[in-house]
Design a protein around this ligand. Structure first.
Ligand code: NAD
Length: 282
């Protein structure tokens, strides 16, 4: 007999949510539905029988608000995203909008996958607090390749000495609004973790002018913006007369959408907590 057979589900909704059976459809609430990632996720859901779009939202000024997209009404009312247990808000929007959706997820017990980047420390703290009430997967890069790259970077940084200089270069399309990318920072954090230091204390981004010599132990960031590049990241470890370069190139945003849906299926059956893409792939 399953635990929820002997417990009133109205009193134990989390257990009821966690009992979503394998093969059951994962219901997705998609804010930013007309955005680059929103469209990619809608297209992918249309191909997969194990997911369905249950709610779509956009900014109130968006011309498509009020129309029907893929058979679902495109609303400007964020409250429609609160699907409750078993439903998942998949959020690739903007930090301040994501924060508003976190509150809806928390109040309604809807799980969440957050792909939005550029959150401040304060916004990340609010996210962690909400995860006490609902499952949240928070990940600056939902691709399987980058998740593995971060694991490798952590390991390499841990094995090489402090005399190896670590630099991270990222390239993205010309519409991106934050820099360095959330992925570059996550790779920097992985390198810092490997060295047992805090990224905040060794981060060196935006060099310009007379910068002085490179401080040993710093992790440097450089940024390029142009064209329609979906995302490229190279972590270089500079030694004496040798260097290691680890690169990931995203050929299309589809890789992030695939990972986001994998994370959504995972989140829909978890108990409240903050999860990463490492947890999803474990
Ligand atoms: P985008 O600008 O194309 O899409 C964002 C969408 O959100 C827009 O359509 C916008 O109108 C909509 N929006 C704004 N306010 C809204 C509101 N109040 N309610 C509902 N929708 C609203 O951007 P994008 O390229 O799709 O990227 C979105 C975010 O995802 C960025 O932070 C980006 O860095 C991040 N991203 C993360 C990953 C990852 O793997 N985690 C991958 C790609 C992009």
């Amino acid at each position: 007999m399953a635990v929820h057979d002997v417990l009133d589900p109205r009193l134990y909704p989390q257990i009821q949510g966690a009992e979503k059976m394998a093969g059951e459809i994962t219901r997705i609430a998609l804010p930013g539905a007309a955005g680059r990632m929103g469209k990619m996720i809608r297209d992918l859901v249309a191909e997969k029988a194990e997911f369905e779009i249950a709610a779509l939202t956009e900014h109130s000024d968006h011309p498509l608000v009020g129309s029907t997209t893929d058979g679902v009404f495109l609303s400007a009312d964020a409250d429609v995203l609160g699907l409750g247990k078993g439903g998942v808000i998949v959020d690739f929007t903007r930090p301040e909008v994501t924060l508003m959706h976190i509150e809806i997820a928390r109040k309604t017990g809807t799980a969440m996958v957050i792909g939005t980047t550029g959150l401040t420390n304060e916004q990340e703290k609010a996210l962690s607090r909400a995860a006490a009430d609902t499952p949240i997967v928070y990940c600056a890069n939902t691709s399987v390749g980058v998740t593995l790259l971060a694991q490798i970077v952590r390991q390499v940084a841990g094995q090489l000495g402090q005399d190896w200089d670590i630099e991270i270069v990222e390239t993205h399309h010309n519409q991106k609004i934050d820099a360095p990318s959330g992925t570059a920072l996550a790779l920097g954090r992985a390198a810092a973790d490997g060295r047992n230091v805090n990224l905040g204390e060794v981060r060196d981004s935006g060099r310009d002018g007379v910068t002085g010599q490179r401080r040993q132990g710093d992790i440097g960031f450089a940024v390029m913006r142009g064209g329609d590049v979906a995302g490229e990241h190279t972590v270089t470890f500079f030694g004496q007369q040798e260097r290691i370069e680890l690169t990931h190139r995203a050929g299309s945003r589809a890789i992030f959408a695939r990972g986001a849906l994998r994370a959504a299926a995972f989140a829909s059956v978890q108990t409240p907590g903050l999860y990463s893409m490492d947890d999803v792939l474990a």
